[in-house]
Design a protein around this ligand. Structure first.
Ligand code: PLP
Length: 362
């Protein structure tokens, strides 16, 4: 046991800003002197209403969300969105086009197949999802109800270097593992959704940012909770929400604002990732299998080429206070998830450890 906090490279749930954790701890039993914990508070109380309103307002500010978009906090994480998207957006032709760039994209497409005519317009599976396919407007079916992409691929360490041009077809993006790590032009998307447990809050909710004119098309058979309109019309409090996760999300939005906004986060993320990729590319032991132009700033995947040595690396790193450096169980190797809350010192410590391990394992 140690009193020291580790550098936690987990893909999610992952590190939160320490100042947010400490502030939440100081307010845990008695939130700002109101006599109750946020965990105990009625979701209809004035205190929680203020928490929710501030969270939405700060998210709108830091992401420059246009007024014609609704922001919703919905339980069920990213996975429930895989179902809610087709249940709500297959509203005319019943067709949707998916680009498959990893396990999560594949799961999203498979779930959608339960509800409509789904076409995989491009996939990088033949090369173990090591790149992002270049897709043009003509590749999509003209009558598709929407196009779905996974903007950052958590398991394979890729990120779209471009936003696909879908013309008038609404573009839906899963941004679970990159939201708030970079500025985005929200108006290019019909719907952005993200599970919160990487860059925002403890697990348990997803955030959906949806263009208003796309809301309200769920068929009558869609369960009430799975209709975006219910969440939009009831300001995310149709039922009892995950108050604590929403509270922490709000604190993280405030923190990002105070740190200089999403642009500043992006600058820091570019610096952290560049250091790590540069070291990997120049090293004799480690290799990053991802195409350079498609590399993620959030999830840095690398291997030694020897599965036993990879395991030894992960175990020794843990002894050195660097946790969760194993790749996803489906592909092995290593993955350093360096989300917004990972300090630059954590990346520096990892590089130092990698150098030492390389020397010792020539
Ligand atoms: N989408 C992406 C890109 C993810 O990385 C994950 C989880 O890691 C999910 C969806 C699933 O999210 P959840 O576990 O919140 O359902």
């Amino acid at each position: 046991m140690s009193n020291e906090r580790a550098y936690n490279f987990s893909a999610g749930p992952s590190m939160l800003p320490i100042s947010v954790i400490e502030d939440a701890a100081a307010n845990l039993a008695n939130y700002k002197g109101c006599g109750e914990s946020v965990m105990e508070m009625s979701h209809r109380s004035a205190e929680f209403k203020a928490i929710l309103e501030d969270a939405e307002k700060n998210l709108r500010d830091i992401l420059s969300i246009p007024d014609n978009y609704k922001v919703m906090f919905i339980q069920g994480g990213g996975t429930l969105q895989f179902a809610m998207v087709p249940m709500n957006l297959l509203r005319k032709s019943g067709k949707a086009d998916y680009i498959v760039t990893g396990t999560w994209a594949k799961k999203a497409a498979k779930e959608a197949e339960k509800f409509g005519d789904i076409k995989i317009v491009a996939s990088s599976e033949e090369s173990t999802f090591s790149y992002i396919p270049k897709v043009k407007r003509e590749d999509f079916r003209a009558d598709a109800d929407y196009v779905h992409i996974t903007y950052n691929n958590t398991i394979y360490g890729t990120h779209y270097p471009y936003i696909p041009d879908t013309g008038d077809i609404p573009l839906v993006a899963d941004m679970s593992s990159c939201i708030l790590s970079e500025e985005i032009d929200v108006s290019r998307f019909g719907l952005i959704y993200a599970g919160v447990q990487k860059n925002i809050a403890p697990s348990g909710i997803a955030i959906a940012i949806m263009r208003e004119d796309l809301i309200g098309f769920a068929k009558e058979t869609v369960p009430t909770y799975l209709d975006y309109k219910i969440h939009a019309d009831n300001d995310s409090t149709y039922n009892t929400p995950n108050c604590f996760a929403i509270y922490i999300a709000g604190e993280v939005f405030k923190y990002i604002k105070e740190m200089g906004g999403v642009a500043q986060m992006h600058k820091r993320n570019v610096e952290k990732a560049a250091k790590l990729y540069d070291f990997i590319d120049s090293s004799s032991l480690y290799k990053c299998p991802v195409a350079k132009e498609d590399r993620s700033l959030m999830n840095v995947v690398f291997v030694t080429g020897d599965a036993e040595l990879d395991k030894k690396f992960v175990a020794e790193a843990k002894k050195n206070n660097m946790h969760n450096l194993n790749g996803h169980r489906s592909i092995g190797g290593m993955r350093a998830s360096i989300y917004n809350a990972m300090p630059a010192e954590g990346v520096d410590a990892l590089i130092e450890f990698m150098k030492k391990f390389q020397e010792e394992n020539k």
